[in-house]
Design a protein around this ligand. Structure first.
Ligand code: SF4
Length: 371
């Protein structure tokens, strides 16, 4: 990948990338707020990136569809992909590199040697274990060998997406290759898991930048998931929750309740058992761009016991059926199913993103004044 040169003047970096500086700072502050850090930390990230001080990332691909990489890069705001690549030094990535064969194998060795003990090893995809792992080999080595080698010399390990986190689709029954996740291969090591099909780019960015800035990882749950993103079930923050509490359920796709944004529980929504921040942290800054937002039940893709295990339209047990003390008015605008897949856009921004946007705008404006 082309990377801005170290110590390049800040303004030139933005000019060369065709990126508005305020957008750059906005993305940084949103990522900081997303991981529970002050928005001012995001400004520090932006300044560090502008000086070329970026975390080295070695990105491995195994059994997967490359959807997590796609969601990171193919946004509806093309500048966002540019901004993300300005914040990390992507030193090895098989999908994005033009090189192949021995050339890219050398690139991997060089990147590992140059940043040994410091780089972030990102794993995308499941790892096959059956028959000594022969079902995924790159450069003559099995995925198991590559993962043990690269992760063993890393400073931090992030398993991005459901496949890398616990096996995902490749591990679905009957799991012909014995696919499993990175934490199972790297037993005893700390592996941050960011399950999702795909994972939200902001959750990755916030985790990577926290490590780069402070040398620490976010607080994790017992499955290695950052609590800032996976601490609550979707059902708790779902914009359709008032309809659940009022007993207003979609009975079939296209009925009046569906067109009016009612609760999808009876259609098999797994939101009540799925820990994720999809409703609070829109994918790639596009409000409503998530399953429930476009009128489809949550599939539970962040949960090993649910995703690719429980049939899509099978309902799940509700752990906490009691309505909360307070919730939005039922007459609030929850959107309607339309050609633009509206659903619930107005409410989706939520307090978290709202705070990030407000803070980032303010900080960006202040930074402009200082120039
Ligand atoms: Fe939202 Fe699904 Fe819960 Fe209904 S069941 S409120 S659609 S998460």
């Amino acid at each position: 990948m082309d990377s801005p040169k170290r110590n390049e003047p800040r303004s030139k970096l933005f000019e060369d990338r065709g990126v508005d500086r305020r957008d750059f700072i906005r993305v940084c502050t949103m990522a900081a707020v997303a991981v529970g850090l002050p928005a001012s930390v995001g400004v520090k990230w932006a300044e560090a990136a502008a000086k070329g001080l970026k975390p080295s990332v070695i990105w491995l691909h195994f059994q997967e569809c490359t959807g997590c990489t796609e969601s990171l890069l193919r946004t509806s705001h093309p500048a966002l992909a540019e901004l993300i690549l300005d914040l990390v030094s992507l030193d090895y990535h098989e999908t994005l590199f033009a090189a192949a064969g021995y050339q890219i194998e050398d690139a991997l060795k060089s990147a590992m040697a140059a940043n040994a003990g410091k780089y972030i090893c990102v794993v995308e995809g499941a790892i096959p274990t059956k028959d000594k792992g022969i079902y995924c080999k790159i450069g003559g080595r099995t995925a198991i060998d590559i993962l043990n080698d690269v992760a063993g010399k890393a400073g931090a390990i992030i398993a991005i997406g459901s496949c890398a986190s616990f096996g995902g689709i490749p591990a679905a029954d009957p799991n012909p290759t014995g696919a499993t996740g990175a934490p199972q291969i790297l037993a005893g090591k700390t592996v941050v898991t960011l399950p999702g099909c795909p994972a939200n780019p902001y959750n990755f960015l916030g985790t990577a930048l926290q490590y780069a800035t402070f040398g620490t990882l976010p607080a994790l749950d017992d499955k290695g998931r950052p609590r800032f993103a996976y601490g609550r079930v979707i059902h708790e923050d779902c914009p359709r929750r008032p309809h659940f509490d009022a007993g207003q359920f979609v009975q079939q796709f296209g009925d009046e309740g569906h067109r009016n944004g009612w609760c999808l529980y009876k259609m098999g929504c797994k939101g009540p058992v799925t820990h994720a921040n999809c409703s609070l942290q829109p994918f790639c800054e596009v409000p409503g761009a998530w399953p429930i937002g476009i009128g489809h039940p949550c599939f539970g893709c962040t949960e090993q016991a649910t995703a690719f295990r429980i049939p899509l339209h099978t309902t799940v047990e509700i752990e906490h059926p009691t309505p909360p003390d307070t919730y939005p008015p039922i007459k609030a605008d929850h959107g309607r199913i339309s050609p633009v897949a509206a659903g619930v856009g107005g409410l989706i921004a939520g307090a978290l993103v709202g705070a990030g946007v407000v803070a980032s705008r303010k900080l960006a404006a202040e930074a402009e004044k200082e120039e």
